[in-house]
Design a protein around this ligand. Structure first.
Ligand code: CAA
Length: 382
């Protein structure tokens, strides 16, 4: 059983209070209008949340992995779009911190603390689950590289949104995942970086997602993250942390969906009594509550291990897989408790149901998580 420290409880209370007061009231409109919550992100930056995983020496809050999970989860209870923007930004902070040179950290992290958003560019039209199949090329030239290609479904990048991008590109197409890819860190204003199609999504409608087009983008050697050839591993290590972030989003959403379901079931009268007095529906509630508790434990265990510097590939994949499936399951049953009303936009469960759906897909589908988990488990038990 996890007991949060006093500092973790304080950050939880602060973010919960802010989310309830400032985020929940605008969540339906953010979804309805597909509007990017710019003001909220500014306020979160002022509270130290956008730099929560950045050490104080770069202006950040220097918080731990469990605090990061707590924060994402609390925001997600009120608005998953906002939680996703924060989670992807924290993922890019994490990669810069782990892999960046001192010069890169000095250059990019103070901006990240201020809420200038980071985007993580791995996926391409023909390289989704098979991230190793990407085609964006980085050709060596004097003093740097020339990048050409396009990246698809990039969160935190839009016509106005996004400040810096981590781009994974092929430097040695023969070697591909095994030393053939390199990670670059560039500003959105770098000549040749263009915004392609901005997606019109089913859910997470406040979180902007666009195509990134790279047209002869010159990137100096100083903007390589880690060593040339380390790109695929950097992406995977970053995703180990990112997947815990999605698990945190999912548990926050699942808790909020259960809360909506119970509230509705207690006040909805049918056959002369609240529908929550029906055993069949109580069993739904029992299943939802049990899965949420199990999901939270997996998520917190993964966060705790990452904080301790342990290899978390298996735990992060398990947490991402189980928590996102749980969010889907809980949102579905909570909508069922709402009956026909749950299908209408008047009730937040309709938005939650749509927001939950992507969680089983982004940062690696459930099927990919099972590949990662089974590889690790087979190694462990062989
Ligand atoms: N940590 C460190 N190294 C890792 C690693 C990890 N978690 N996973 C793999 N590697 C290393 C391997 O050890 C291997 O190294 P060597 O060359 O030294 O042997 C190398 O990387 C290649 O690994 P694999 O052979 O396992 O590669 P693969 O092609 O079989 O792919 C995969 C593995 C797990 C399926 C991977 O392709 C994958 O995770 N796919 C899903 C991609 C994904 O999650 N995309 C989401 C993009 S981001 C997003 O959705 C939203 C957003 O905005 C952030």
């Amino acid at each position: 059983m996890f007991e949060f420290t006093e500092d973790q409880l304080a950050i939880q209370e602060m973010v919960r209070e802010f989310s309830e007061k400032e985020i929940r009231p605008i969540a339906q409109d953010t979804d309805k209008n597909g509007s990017f919550p710019e003001k909220t992100i500014k306020e979160l930056a002022e509270m130290g949340i956008m730099g929560l995983n950045i050490p104080e020496e770069y202006g950040g809050s220097g918080l731990d992995e469990i605090s990061k999970a707590i924060v994402i989860s609390e925001i997600s209870k009120c608005c998953v779009s906002t939680a996703e923007i924060v989670a992807v930004h924290l993922l890019t902070n994490d990669i810069i911190l782990r892999m960046g040179t001192e010069e890169q950290k000095q250059k990019w992290l103070p901006n990240a603390v201020e809420g200038k958003l980071g985007a993580f560019c791995l996926t391409e039209p023909n390289a989704g689950s098979d991230a190793g199949g990407l085609k964006t090329k980085a050709e060596k030239t004097e003093g740097g590289y020339i990048l050409n290609g396009s990246k698809l479904f990039i969160s935190n990048f839009g016509p106005e949104e996004g400040d810096h991008l981590i781009i994974i590109a092929l430097t040695d197409p023969e070697k591909k995942t095994h030393g053939g890819m390199t990670a670059f860190l560039i500003g959105r204003d770098t000549p040749g970086v263009q915004v392609g199609k901005t997606e019109d999504k089913m859910g997470l409608r406040g979180a902007v997602v666009s195509e990134v087009i790279l047209d002869n983008v010159y990137v100096p050697e100083a903007e390589v993250l880690g060593k040339p050839g380390d790109g695929f591993k950097i992406a995977m290590i970053g995703l180990d942390g990112g997947r815990i972030g999605i698990a945190a989003q999912a548990t926050g959403l699942a808790e909020a969906a259960l809360s909506e379901g119970v509230k509705y079931a207690n006040q909805r009268l049918q056959f002369g009594k609240p529908i929550s007095s029906n055993q069949g529906l109580q069993w739904y509630i029992a299943d939802m509550g049990t899965r949420i508790e199990a999901a939270k434990m997996l998520m917190l265990e993964a966060a705790d291990k990452r904080q301790k510097g342990e290899k978390v590939t298996k735990y992060a994949a398990m947490a991402k897989y189980f928590c996102s499936e749980t969010a889907g399951y809980v949102c579905d049953l909570s909508l069922q408790l709402h009956g026909g009303y749950g299908y209408m936009k008047d009730y937040p469960i309709e938005r939650m149901y749509r927001d939950a759906r992507i969680m089983r897909i982004y940062e690696g589908t459930s099927e990919i998580q099972k590949i990662v988990i089974s590889r690790e488990v087979i190694k462990e038990y062989t």
